[in-house]
Design a protein around this ligand. Structure first.
Ligand code: ADP
Length: 377
């Protein structure tokens, strides 16, 4: 009989998990606030309710063997009461708890000896004395897609911005002059098996991911450092499932951890078309106790471009999508009814067959330009 996996969240990540669930012999059920959310059309069952409502999760749990997450904005205290009654969560709630608040996450990473930017919780103005400009200010909770992350260039900018965050707990962070931003998806099963996908380059504009190129150019020692960061994180959290890890490659060549997300991640969307096992199948395999699949790229490289909203409108942009598909691309459209500026509406993946990471990057960047000019024209 099919295993039943409940997902807290019904957006595009759950939607992509639902696409691969049948091939894993899994029924996917979702908890999500609206019947118009992406995953509803593919889910076996939808329990309607907000993500942080543990009573709704209790109902979801009645139908499921295990509950997992596409969204970490949950109420851990209330979910723990369900876990105490025997509801199975993977990743475990104890693995999520050090990660949900960006300050606590930084403290955890540092306690594990992992390299992170210099940081401090904001309590009073004197806390800024330790930092030079530019500096980075982040909302400690509920930030995503750059919302809640601001790069501050001067004391006057800081004075203007601070009142807008009144009452919101903040993290202050040194600005890292990075050469590139990188990301990697790690997976661990309950039996401790670990699989690590290729390290990718990600490009953010206004703190939102625009594109990803896989694999990225790394020295053997950088590759080794990243693999050991992923292993350390997965084992120290006693983690089960897929973990997204964002990294900075400092211009001095060192690697720092920016943040880690306890779920499938935008930087891993390319795996759907480009890897033997996608991050979504991998998540299902890990949380249902299966042997983990093969993370190898099916081509020498791949590029993924996010289709971000560029206007407030109700359109399915079929014509633009058709033009992009004609390039030989895999177009994934999340079926959202409403477009808003910056909203993730879909993504596009193209496989590359260049034979070195340098050529993959060059070709990848030229494909990004073509896709973005068709999308944003
Ligand atoms: P979110 O959780 O919303 O993705 P992040 O903390 O990952 O927010 O920040 C979004 C982006 O902002 C990063 O990908 C990076 O481009 C930039 N950024 C964040 N922190 C720093 C930093 N300390 N130094 C330089 N750039 C940063």
């Amino acid at each position: 009989m099919n295993k039943k996996v409940g997902v807290i969240g019904g957006g595009q990540l759950a939607w992509m998990m639902a696409q691969v669930a049948p091939q894993e012999n899994i029924d996917l059920l979702v908890q999500t606030p609206s019947f118009s959310d992406s995953a509803v059309s593919l889910a076996t069952k939808t329990i309607l309710g907000s993500i942080d409502n543990a009573q709704v999760t209790a109902e979801l749990a009645q139908y499921c063997d295990v509950i997992t997450f596409e969204n970490e904005f949950v109420d851990l205290v209330e979910l723990q009461k369900l876990a105490d009654k025997g509801v199975c969560f993977y990743p475990r709630l104890s693995s999520l708890s050090p990660l949900l608040d960006k300050y606590e996450q930084r403290c955890f990473l540092q306690s594990q000896g992992l390299p992170v930017p210099h940081f401090k919780a904001y309590e009073s103005l004197t806390d800024f004395d330790d930092f030079s400009y530019p500096l980075v200010l982040k909302a400690r909770r509920h930030g995503y897609d750059g919302q809640g992350t601001i790069i501050i260039k001067s004391p006057s900018e800081l004075t203007a911005i601070l009142p807008k965050f009144d009452g919101i707990p903040l993290l202050i962070e040194e600005f890292i002059p990075f050469d590139r931003e990188l990301a990697v998806i790690g997976t661990r099963s309950a039996s401790g098996e670990i699989k690590i996908y290729p390290v990718v380059q990600t490009y953010q504009q206004n703190q939102v991911c625009r594109w990803v190129i896989a694999p990225t150019i790394l020295t053997p020692s950088q590759q080794e450092t990243i693999s050991s960061i992923v292993e350390k994180l997965l084992t120290s959290l006693d983690y089960v499932g897929v973990l997204g890890i964002e990294l900075f490659l400092h211009e001095n060549g060192t690697i720092l951890v920016n943040e880690t997300a306890p779920r499938t991640h935008n930087s891993g969307h390319y795996t759907l078309d480009a890897c033997v096992t996608s991050q979504f199948a991998m998540q299902l395999q890990a949380v249902t106790g299966k042997k983990l699949g093969d993370v190898t790229l099916k081509s020498s490289g791949a590029v993924m471009v996010n289709l971000l909203g560029f206007e407030n409108a109700h359109s399915d942009y079929q014509e633009k999508r058709d033009k992009i598909a004609k390039m030989g691309a895999f177009v994934h459209w999340y079926g959202k009814k409403e477009s808003r500026i910056g909203r993730k509406l879909g993504h596009v993946t193209m496989l590359l067959d260049e034979d070195t990471p340098e050529k993959i990057e060059e070709k990848g960047r030229s494909i990004v330009q073509q896709i973005e000019s068709l999308w944003y024209d």
